[in-house]
Design a protein around this ligand. Structure first.
Ligand SMILES: Nc1nc2c(ncn2[C@@H]2O[C@H](COP(=O)(O)OP(=O)(O)OP(=O)(O)O)[C@@H](O)[C@H]2O)c(=O)[nH]1
Length: 328
């Protein structure tokens, strides 16, 4: 997209729709869906406090992000990290109800929250310390949904003095639940962490990626920018806006202590476009201004942000559209 807006930085503008017809491809059926062997899925890391969940997550994704939108692309979840390895994209999500910090008791009331937050992940990573299992571990385990693949991650392997203890311990664990896999590892050991991707891959459904390949790896600021804009978008449009609108970063340039970001909010219908722009463009201005302020704080630099709204009917179903938005 080569928008060269006349407007000054930060002033949200409306992009012309002239590409819409062309992208829709005119006559003919939309192309049949084909993930081309790609996989993408949601994963949750659960476990009692102090077993090493954050250590593992940070090692898996390289950097932690925090997204507060109620309507992130993956429905109810707060995404804590994304990592794409070859043809597979791993999306790690938070599980409300497992906020067990400061020794908060896990009680029955949390049960429902936990179950619903885990109901649409593809695989659960249940983490314990190798050769240990206490009542808090048991409580967490008892909250996991019955019909969901659960992988047992036995962390802190480096701290196990007698490796021979592992065999009876693993046997006892298998009696507690029919785990899909046992993975003894050390979250502090990079080679163990990298090995985990190959083990997890078969649990991701074959489908196209939710995010760009470089999300949260070498260009994570770009990913963060699209998430922050999306968060403001949903926050300021309330429940009016359907989930399937997206934010595409068209430009992300750094000049010293300044970042120039141009982004398009892509919606399916004209009505949605109107909703986002608001009377006199007020709403879009606010989305832009709030996103810019937050990005400046997060990135610790000055940010010029240009926002556009575009209508792409059926974009989410069309491979061609996805390609044109850089999803390939
Ligand atoms: N020896 C050893 N220590 C580890 C390993 N992984 C994590 N730790 C340590 O275990 C402690 C807890 O790690 P965290 O990653 O904060 O644990 P957590 O499960 O996220 O804890 P909460 O945030 O309280 O739920 C830290 O001191 C880590 O350094 C490991 O593989 N080996």
């Amino acid at each position: 997209m080569n928008n060269t807006p006349e407007s000054p930085p930060e002033l949200p503008s409306e992009a012309p729709d002239d590409e819409a017809a062309e992208v829709q491809g005119g006559a003919g059926e939309p192309p049949e869906y084909d993930s081309k062997g790609r996989r993408c899925g949601l994963l949750a890391i659960v476990g009692r406090p102090n077993v090493g969940k954050s250590t593992l997550l940070n090692a898996l994704v390289g950097q932690k992000v925090s997204i507060t939108s109620r309507k992130a692309q993956t429905t109810r979840h707060r995404i804590t990290g994304v990592r794409t390895v070859e043809d597979s994209q791993f999306v790690f999500v938070d599980t409300p109800g497992f906020q067990t910090k400061h020794g908060t008791a896990l009680n029955r009331n949390l049960n429902r929250t936990v179950l619903s937050s885990l109901s649409d992940v593809d695989v659960v990573l249940f983490m314990v310390e190798a050769c240990r299992f206490n009542t808090d571990d048991a409580k967490v385990l008892s909250l996991l949904p019955e019909h969901k693949p659960v992988i047992l991650i036995a962390n802190k392997l480096d701290a196990v003095n007698r490796r021979a203890d592992m065999v009876p311990w693993l046997k006892a664990m298998q009696e507690r639940r029919n785990f899909s896999e046992f993975v003894p590892l050390s979250a502090q050991k990079p080679s163990d962490v990298e090995r985990l991707f190959a083990i997890l891959k078969p649990y991701l459904p074959e489908q196209d990626w939710f995010y760009e390949e470089d999300a949260l790896t070498d260009r994570s600021d770009r990913f963060l920018a699209s998430e922050i804009i999306r968060e403001k978008l949903f926050r300021l449009t309330g429940d009016e806006l359907p989930y399937n609108c997206t934010v595409v970063i068209d430009k992300f340039e750094e000049e010293g202590h300044l970042k120039r970001i141009a982004a398009s909010i892509v919606v399916e219908r004209d009505a949605h476009k109107g909703m986002i722009i608001g009377g006199g463009g007020e709403r879009l201005k606010r989305i832009g201004s709030e996103a810019r302020q937050e990005l400046e704080t997060l990135m610790d630099s000055k940010v010029y942000l240009e926002l556009w709204v575009k209508v792409r009917s059926g974009w989410a179903d069309s491979e061609e559209h996805l390609r044109s938005y850089g999803y390939e």
